[in-house]
Design a protein around this ligand. Structure first.
Ligand SMILES: C[S@@+](CC[C@H](N)C(=O)[O-])C[C@H]1O[C@@H](n2cnc3c(N)ncnc32)[C@H](O)[C@@H]1O
Length: 455
């Protein structure tokens, strides 16, 4: 497969590779890459089957700035100029199809890790004299965009030579001469900025992380995706942007109904999840169902007709479960049982009381529900809030039917961070072993896997 250069934005380093892979996966485009990308690296080589596939795959990503065909590279400008000349000779036909008398182009010098003056940049552009330039320069609407990338690093990194006198602390790691093929969807972050949204709350997730979550779930027009902790609906907005049909539920009926809802007098809320969907034009594009459900009561999803075994219906579950003491998980319950003659038993619109819900129990319930309700090969993408001192892999939620694909960290404070965990359901649901019916889980899972592969 041909190799292309991906240029990431300089943020959310831990999400770059999951986002790269899921963006391709959601269009069923194969890709290959070395799998190693340091947090401070924004240039990365990826193999895609074709230029069209490469463009399409990155078009979905909110972390990728662009994708480029590399004409030359080197650890110095001279080496890169030389390599570019060789490329132009070896690929003369391709180059002449891009640079010809009636073509137009624009060249941009972009430095990572170092500022340069306009003059320095123009001098560098002019030095690429090994390219058979033809056509005219057009800075507004060129047929082709060329980018010269210079990747600088701090000289404390061993093994890099120093660059010039002015930039004592910087070293030039690599120079690339490239032709731009396509770009990512960074505009979504501004289009869906929470600041412009009418209905938000203290737990609404920012657009970048919502889109990363939606992408990890491979949301698309054919999928049905459920958020069982929907809150103000920030995750399902991004999921619906990709055309997926969404179902959201929450224990707290007030967040589902929205602001200023009054039961008495039938005053409907004007700002709620539905109005956000309307504002973004998502109501027609996707589809939205909202419910009040307590995750601990997930048996409500079972079919009434007991002769039919429940079938998995969701392609994915995406959620940000409750955490912390102030807004921690709760479930329906009472410290004291309701009296037999309590009016609550007969009162219409009675809203049941709640009690604290143990976090581990909640994640266990969530994964068990997911294992039963998500289709095989479907995903659960969930946020996991952790105390920095307490983190180790053993504390991550797990389930016999799921394998962990990605574990991406979002550092929050000195004390806490959260992780986006992406699991894939790799086999059909099977009951947990009991004392009387012990079997080796890995055997079951393995044989299920074989069966899926054969299918
Ligand atoms: C971190 S917030 C989710 C925020 C949401 N992503 C948003 O966009 O606003 C967690 C949500 O879980 C809900 N919740 C707490 N316990 C629950 C339970 N047992 N079942 C369902 N929802 C629950 C809370 O009411 C809260 O809205």
């Amino acid at each position: 497969m041909p190799r292309y250069l991906v240029r990431f934005f300089n943020d959310y380093a831990a999400f770059r590779l999951p986002d790269l892979e899921c963006s391709a996966h959601s269009f069923s485009i194969p890709l290959s890459h070395c799998g190693k990308l340091e947090d401070d690296e924004v240039f990365y080589f990826v193999d895609y089957p074709s230029e069209e596939d490469a463009k399409k795959a990155v078009s979905r990503s909110v972390l990728i700035q662009g994708i480029y065909e590399v004409w030359g590279s080197g650890s110095s400008a001279e080496e890169c100029i030389d390599q570019t000349g060789k490329y132009c000779t070896e690929n003369a036909q391709h180059v002449s199809s891009i640079l010809h008398d009636s073509s137009s182009y624009c060249i941009t010098v972009e430095n990572y890790g170092c500022r340069w003056t306009k003059k320095q940049k123009i001098d560098l552009m002019k030095s690429f004299n090994t390219i058979p330039w033809k056509g005219r320069v057009n800075l507004e609407t060129p047929d082709t965009d060329f980018f010269i990338f210079q990747d600088f690093r701090n000289s404390s990194i061993p093994g890099f030579k120093k660059e010039g006198n002015e930039q004592e602390t910087l070293v030039l790691k690599q120079v690339y001469f490239t032709r731009k093929l396509g770009e990512g969807s960074r505009h979504l972050i501004t289009d869906y900025d929470l600041k412009k949204r009418k209905y938000i709350g203290t737990t609404s997730m920012c657009a970048t992380l919502s889109f990363l979550s939606a992408n990890c779930a491979l949301a698309n027009r054919k999928s049905l995706i459920y958020d069982p902790f929907v809150g103000t609906g920030s995750l399902i907005v991004s999921i619906a942007h990709y055309g997926a049909h969404v179902i959201g539920s929450d224990l707290d009926i007030r967040v589902v109904r929205g602001k200023n809802f009054r039961q008495k007098g039938n005053i409907e809320s004007e700002t709620n999840i539905q109005s956000n969907f309307d504002d973004y034009g998502l109501t027609n594009k996707a589809g939205l169902e909202l419910l009040r459900v307590d995750l601990s009561q997930s048996h409500v999803w079972k079919p009434q007709n007991k002769s039919h075994a429940p079938k998995p219906i969701f392609d994915a579950i995406v959620c940000d479960p409750p955490y912390g003491n102030r807004e921690g998980p709760r479930k329906i319950g009472r410290n004291k049982p309701l009296a037999e003659d309590s009016l609550a038993r007969v009162k219409e619109n009675y809203i049941a009381g709640t009690v604290p819900y143990d976090v581990k129990e909640m994640y266990d319930d969530l994964l068990e529900f997911a294992a039963r309700s998500i289709v095989t090969k479907g995903r659960i993408v969930m946020w996991f809030f952790v105390n920095n001192d307490e983190y180790c892999e053993e504390i991550l939620p797990s389930h016999r039917c799921f394998k962990l694909l990605y574990n991406s960290i979002d550092p929050l404070t000195k004390k806490y961070h959260r992780r986006l965990l992406t699991f894939e359901k790799f086999c059909d649901y099977f009951e947990p072993p009991t004392a009387s019916n012990k079997h080796d889980l890995s055997d079951v899972a393995e044989s299920e896997n074989k069966r899926i592969k054969q299918e």
